[in-house]
Design a protein around this ligand. Structure first.
Ligand code: ATP
Length: 321
């Protein structure tokens, strides 16, 4: 692993993972996409991205799952830097080159939008480094071209996403929620999970089931989030991709069951998985749940987090030392 060093003139942003409290997936469209309704919730598991001026753009990654993170132009943070440079008219050799250092705590290909998070952090950090003065809305527009989860990683909190998930409206939420996240042994590629979802649905349609409807926001979930009562929120967590994720990683069934057995108020696969999110009554209950799920031996690692938390933001270099 390449060591990460502190550099003069460097700007750091940190950015949270997301989980989905609701993920409703519409029928397959003719262009290969699905209309979504997603309730995003940012949780306190953060990646950090540091950018500093350089002669050419390079990426260094440390931390969780680094073997699966590309170091070239397909890295989403690199794409974000290039997109911001283009949008702000920074051209010419050297003017938009940066060294990008990514410290990953968000597992890769885990349904937690870690790559999108790094893109959002790179946008915020380079906006500051270059004095570009793009507004949050402008960064959101640039981010939406990079990936549908990038706009949410910029704003954080809890928000409803429609379209491909990139058209956001802030959700009204009371209080803070305590979660346990259980990470799978291996990742799941989002495209594989959508393909499995389509296969399962077409098999069900062949068996005479009614066609899949257009996705709709759960008004019950919205009311429960406004109430601030985790016991009301827990049973309303849903994910249309869960059956597909379970078909690809059957061990996830045991992870979800272990969480429910040990007192989780709700248990759901996040996004395309394989991370499972368990809602607890409070921080003490979440600690107990984390210990119990670890003991059940059905996942690679467990972390305790809370949400909602804000989106990508600059790290104060003085406070960080
Ligand atoms: P999605 O956002 O599609 O739901 P995910 O949250 O499940 O995906 P990510 O951690 O975003 O998963 O990784 C998806 C893929 O994106 C990885 O397999 C990796 O090859 C690629 N990728 C590109 N840039 C990054 C990055 N900075 N960090 C992690 N993965 C990245």
């Amino acid at each position: 692993m390449t060591p990460i060093t502190k550099q003069a003139g460097a700007i750091t942003a940190r950015v949270p993972a997301k989980i989905n409290l609701q993920l409703s997936v519409g029928p397959l469209r003719s262009d290969g996409y699905h209309d979504l309704v997603s309730v995003f919730h940012a949780v306190s598991l953060f990646d950090e991205v540091t950018v500093s001026p350089a002669d050419r753009t390079t990426v260094v990654v440390s931390g969780e799952g680094i073997a699966d993170v590309p170091l070239g132009p397909s890295n989403l943070a690199v794409k974000a830097v290039a997109a911001l440079a283009k949008a702000t008219g920074r051209r010419g050799r050297g003017t938009s080159a940066v060294r990008i250092e990514i410290r990953k705590r968000i597992p890769v290909a885990a349904g937690l939008a870690g790559g999108s998070a790094d893109a959002a952090a790179a946008l915020v950090a380079c906006n500051e480094l270059w004095g570009s003065r793009c507004s949050g809305a402008e960064l959101g527009e640039i981010g939406a071209q990079l990936g549908s989860d990038v706009p949410f990683a910029l704003v954080g909190g809890t928000a409803v996403g429609i379209g491909r998930g990139e058209q956001l409206t802030r959700a009204l939420v009371s209080g803070s929620y305590q979660w346990v996240l259980a990470f799978g042994a291996t990742g799941l590629a989002t495209t594989d999970v959508y393909a499995a979802c389509d296969r399962l649905r077409s098999a069900r349609a062949d068996g005479g089931e009614a066609p899949v409807k257009a996705p709709a926001l759960s008004t019950e979930l919205m009311a429960a989030l406004r109430s601030g009562d985790p016991a009301a929120v827990g049973p309303l967590l849903t994910n249309d991709l869960q059956p597909a994720a379970l078909s690809l990683q059957p061990l996830l069934r045991r992870a979800l069951a272990a969480g429910r057995e040990h007192g989780a108020l709700g248990a759901v696969v996040s996004g395309s998985g394989p991370t499972c999110a368990f809602l607890a009554e409070d921080a003490d209950a979440a600690s107990d749940l984390a210990v119990a799920i670890t003991g059940a031996g059905v996942c690679r690692a467990v972390v305790q987090v809370s949400g909602p938390v804000p989106g990508a933001s600059l790290v104060d270099p003085v406070a960080a030392t």
